[in-house]
Ligand binder design. Structure first.
Ligand code: ADP
Ligand code: 5GP
Length: 194
């Protein structure tokens, strides 16, 4: 089988409440380590302004999502903020079989499912400095209505209660500091992988 790296691929799972900055941090991590495969999720939510199909997400209909579910397409899936989100099982197993490092940006429900299948996965939870800052970031991002922001803030409390399920917790206060912390966590496992 073709190998794209000499090392054993590691699976990195990043979760955070919406607005905590995980997309920003994942983008920076992928700029630093372009060899990491980003797992592009499938979702039934609509694209936000600036999001591109097949790059940010595979945007699909609810019917298509449920069809794939019946076919056993998902490595994990969850209903988050009233929409379905899922990860392709084939993408994940193929990438890891090739020896590639994989980065997943998924919610806590999804992380729990992946840990059952891949207990060696490295889990990282991103925390906002406070609920007030989280609200400000969601509002300033300007991509969601007030009602959606309210829903996301309510879910944030529940998600943050589960942060202890994760091996690493990084507070995203200063972006440069949080980026460096994330890169250092990933670096330590890449070294270990050889
Ligand atoms: P998520 O993917 O977790 O929903 P985003 O990465 O979209 O969050 O970040 C939410 C908003 O907060 C964006 O407008 C982003 O530019 C901003 N942001 C992210 N990290 C920081 C930070 N450390 N300080 C200030 N603003 C940030
Ligand atoms: P957003 O709609 O803001 O992009 O993402 C909402 C939430 O869904 C985030 O917590 C994000 O991590 C999560 N998410 C994105 N893709 C997946 C996925 O494939 N599976 C699961 N379980 N959650 C996902």
């Amino acid at each position: 089988m073709e190998r794209t790296t000499k090392s054993k691929g590691r699976l990195f799972i990043i979760s955070a409440p919406s607005g905590a900055g995980k997309t920003t941090l994942c983008t920076r991590l992928l700029e630093y380590y372009p060899d990491i495969f980003y797992s592009i999720s499938y979702t039934t939510r609509s694209p936000r302004p600036g999001e591109t199909d097949e790059e940010d997400y595979h945007f699909i209909t609810r019917e298509a999502f449920l069809e794939k579910q019946a076919l056993g397409y998902w490595a994990e899936w969850a209903r988050v903020h009233d929409h379905y989100y899922g990860t392709s099982a084939a993408f994940l197993s193929d990438s890891l079989a090739k020896g590639c490092h994989v980065l997943m940006d998924i919610d806590v429900q999804g992380a729990v499912q992946i840990l059952e299948r891949f207990p060696e996965a490295i889990t990282i939870f991103i925390m906002p400095p406070s609920m007030k800052v989280l609200q400000q970031r969601l509002t300033r991002r300007g991509t969601d209505s007030r009602a959606i922001i309210e829903k996301r803030l309510q879910n944030a409390v529940r998600e943050m209660e589960q942060k202890d399920l994760y091996r690493h917790v990084i507070v995203n206060d200063n972006l440069e500091v949080a980026t460096e912390k994330l890169i250092n966590v990933v670096k330590s496992y890449r070294k270990e992988a050889g």
